[in-house]
Write a protein that binds this ligand. Structure first.
Ligand code: AGP
Length: 628
């Protein structure tokens, strides 16, 4: 969490930093701040509680001169969200200023040591400890700033992406990372730093991704042949690799929609087409997934597949469990990364671990991968952000290619994850089927079924378009439910994770409590909650357990619950008993989540809008969870 941005060059830094903070606001938005060194050599720090707009208002009358600066948008970890705890933080002498994304776990010990040396602290943050430690090292060991940063970071336990200004060196920007992302943009005689490439894209497409435990020094003075140098915290020189960005400015704009979330919901027909491009070939009835082709044996010999993820990505993982077990007959376990990494799980060399993450930076998922890797498992990741940490530490994987997802509530990333995982399940299943005459194992996936699903995948974007056509109606009846304090979401089989995903969407953007349950579990407890006041969303497309779900709806109606049902077009049974109906086109059972989740995304969106909630930046949340 937290977004960091930095600039050094010939232009005025402040507007570039503020624009960058707006782009990074999805990462955290409880306070923001900026530090600039002006032409007179003064290091000015300005901070404000709240969003970046508050900081801008605060800075309106301030001295924002200077061609070098750093800025930060915060998601609080240590210390409440207020101005004092906002970044940047000065060092004791106010010579240095730092911004930080991450957590210094041993900050208390370090702080106690510094206090013994007479250092004082203004904030409750772990970050202030780090800048004091750097200054202490600089002063007491008589070393330059880069060495002080290296030595200080050698003592740190935790995660960081930091950027530092030193008013004695107004021509140098220093940054470092471990566990939190950091990218350097290389322009014409100007350089940028950021948590991701979004603040950089309009200035340059040349970037360097800084690796863990690396320190970057940017010193663009005349005659310096190497304005950007990278070393490790142990001072080993690295040769930075310059990469080209595949990101365009238009992808970062709302394109006429009132919110990024709505834009991203409506983008899904196109984003799924992009995700399948070059992979799903409907004319040849084929799926070509390079990450699978290159590592076929690992999948075919896997005794077990472990899926690890958080939040919405975890829901996509649950859907994959149904698909992989159905088509490939490999046992699947789906783990919350945060539990998996700490519960001493049994991981074998012939396990395949699939990590799913939109951002590719989620700290718990990254740690789960590292644990599985240390036990010799093969790591395959499904990620959206190209070049993020998770794909870089994985053995292989598949990008979802949906473009930047800016709304904090994940929508288009989820459907693309489901598509990627379904393609993978089908590839494994088909390959197993080919081996069936040799192994003697009966194949769970027939060629006919494979072809049917491939062709149907090709139809999914158009079918989503049809579901989106009901947006107006969903918006209208959503108004009826803004009174509700609680919601229940029910589904079975492939649509049980969809129920959980619908509930998560509602919780995070409308602040209404909601629970997703397997429909048949209702009678084991949640049925006690049903009353006239309780809206129940039932995901009931034509699937294997359809009749049983219809019985569950009867049970809810018998107790006067209000039912919103997602059904297959032409459904007659549920349409007669539910209060509100949303229809989705008929499709293969394994693909139903791609259609049934769309109305649930829209329902949550419209309820949140009517309630006046901040849809794209809901309270307490951040898009990229880089702390555990
Ligand atoms: C979903 O709407 C979320 N905001 C959240 O649950 C998210 O899916 C989770 O934090 C995992 O993120 P990742 O996919 O980037 O790893």
């Amino acid at each position: 969490m937290c977004g960091i941005v930095g600039y050094i060059g010939k232009r005025k830094a402040y507007p570039i930093l503020i624009k960058g903070l707006h782009r990074l606001e999805y990462r955290g938005y409880d306070s923001a701040g900026v530090a600039l060194i002006n032409e007179a050599g003064q290091l000015n720090v300005y901070k404000a509680k709240g969003k970046v707009a508050e900081l801008e208002a605060f800075c309106a009358e301030k001295d924002t001169r200077g061609c070098i600066g750093i800025a930060h948008t915060r998601w609080a970890t240590h210390g409440e969200p207020n101005t004092i705890n906002a970044h940047p933080h000065y060092s004791e002498s106010e010579r240095l200023a730092i911004i930080h994304n991450g957590i210094i776990e041993n900050y208390a010990v370090l702080k106690a040591g510094l206090m013994e040396q007479g250092y004082t602290f203004k904030s409750d943050t772990d970050t202030e400890v780090l800048v004091q430690l750097i200054e202490y090292t600089q002063v007491n060991q008589h070393v330059d700033l880069k060495t002080a940063v290296q030595l200080a970071l050698q003592q740190v336990i935790g995660a960081y992406a930091i950027a530092i200004l030193d008013k004695e060196h107004p021509d140098t920007l220093i940054a470092a990372r471990k566990g939190s992302p950091l990218v350097v943009g290389i322009g014409e005689e100007e350089y940028f730093l950021a948590s991701d490439a979004t603040p950089i894209v309009e200035y340059t497409d040349k970037v360097i991704y800084i690796e863990d435990e690396e320190v970057v020094v940017i010193h663009p003075v005349t005659d310096n042949p190497s304005p950007v140098t990278v070393t490790t915290i142990n001072n080993v020189t690295k040769t930075p690799e310059i990469k080209r960005l595949e990101l365009s400015l238009s992808q970062l704009e709302k394109g006429g929609y009132p919110h990024f979330m709505l834009k991203e919901i409506f983008e899904q027909p196109r984003t799924l087409t992009d995700s399948m491009r070059g992979r799903v070939n409907v004319r040849q009835d084929n799926i070509a997934l390079s990450g699978f082709i290159d590592n076929k044996d690992r999948f075919l010999n896997a005794k077990r597949i472990i899926i690890t993820a958080c939040g919405t990505s975890w829901h996509a993982g649950l859907i994959a469990m149904y698909a992989i077990e159905e088509f490939a007959q490999i046992p699947v376990e789906v783990e919350y990364s945060s539990e998996f990494r700490y519960r001493k799980p049994v991981i074998n060399k012939d396990d395949v671990v699939i990590a799913i993450s939109q951002s590719g930076e989620t700290a718990d998922t990254l740690a789960a991968i590292q644990l599985a890797k240390s036990k010799g498992a093969f790591i395959f990741s499904i990620c959206n952000v190209v070049g993020a940490s998770i794909p870089r530490v994985s053995d292989s994987g598949c990008y979802t290619h949906v473009g930047p997802e800016i709304g904090v509530a994940s929508t288009k990333a989820f459907t693309a994850q489901v598509v990627a995982l379904t393609m993978l399940a089908l590839c494994i299943g088909r390959e197993k089927a080919k081996m069936s005459p040799v192994t003697g194992n009966p194949s769970p996936l027939t060629e006919e079924q494979f072809v049917r699903i491939v062709r149907e995948l090709g139809q999914i974007p158009d079918k989503i378009e049809r579901v989106l056509g009901q947006n107006k109606r969903i918006a209208d009846f959503s108004k009826t439910f803004t009174y509700a304090q609680n919601f229940i979401y029910l589904g079975r089989g492939y649509n049980f994770p969809v129920a959980m995903e619908g509930a998560l969407k509602l919780k995070e953007i409308s602040y209404i409590h909601a629970e997703g349950y397997p429909a048949a579990e209702m009678k084991h407890g949640p049925i006690a909650l049903i009353s006239q006041e309780m809206p129940v969303v039932v995901v009931a497309p034509h699937c294997g357990t359809y009749e049983k779900v219809v019985s569950n709806i009867q049970e809810i109606k018998a107790r006067k619950g209000r039912v919103i049902a997602v059904v297959t077009e032409g459904d007659e049974l549920v349409s007669k008993i539910a209060d509100y109906i949303i229809e989705v086109p008929e499709t293969e059972e394994c693909l139903t989540p791609l259609l049934t989740v769309i109305p649930l995304q829209l329902l949550a969106y419209h309820i949140a809008v009517v309630k006046g909630c901040d849809v794209d930046q809901p309270r307490n949340l951040a898009k990229s969870v880089t702390v555990e």
